[in-house]
Design a protein around this ligand. Sequence first.
Ligand code: MF3
Ligand code: CO
Length: 291
Amino acid sequence: MYKKLERNDQCWCGSGKKYKVCHSAFDDKVLSFAKKGILIPDRGLLKTEKDIEGIKKSAVINMAVLDEVGDKIKAGMSTQEIDDIVMDVTTKMGGIPADLGYEGFPKSVCTSINDVVCHGIPTKDEILKDGDIINVDCSTILDGYFSDSSRMFCIGDVSPEKKRLVDVTKECVEVGLKNVIPWTQIGDMGHAVHEHAKKNGYTVVREIGGHGCGNEFHEEPWVSYVSRPKTGMLMVPGMVFTIEPMVNAGKQEIYIDEENDWTVRTVDGSMSAQWEVEVLVTEDGYELLSW
Ligand code: MF3
Ligand code: CO
């Protein structure tokens, strides 16, 4: 995993520099945490400058897609029409929708309305109504690099209760971002997210979380938003992962619709919201890559 390099070897990061003037001190720092029993990322999870540029270019498309959906989304529109926008904008900009065909997922985007927690499948029969809240979760591949982010949209006149859930869920992501602190553990970040949801009377889904992302769609680590402090992987500069808590107005329990084996709903029928960002850990905090 952490193959020991000699001082004059070429650095593992691809910089072309000698190890001793490149990542040698950095590796020593990472390994000092491992010695304390803290889980550290494989080197393969640390993105190079080239990787980061690639992910950012992919994210330009991902965010343009979500912008376009935001401009067009309205009552009376089908979720299939959202899927059409995603396919159209993504491919015109040279990308590929990452969802399409992923583990057999049949469409280009996930559209999750009201009590649907995630992985809603767009169809032409599902029509957005005044008062609905919907998550549109979009992921793009460009030149082999993955971007992943999602946004909530309120359709027409939404009840104050739904609006508050949408707003607090966004705050949960903001709280998560503030807690992306290099050389601390990812469980601290997830814990902070959970506390913010709880403080507002909400629950957070336990079984589905975030993930490393960038060179693959889903990489390590798996990211929980109901985690304990001082647990989970060390957040090391160069890691890229998503913050994407699923927040329920009622109970945390969920189930998967057996009709399609994808759509996840709240057991109690309560409303559920989610926002997702993709974030790079930096030396002094974080950089947003996709939102
Ligand atoms: N975009 C989702 C995520 O945030 C993954 C969707 S997978 C799909 O990780 F197959 F349902 F599209
Ligand atoms: Co994701």
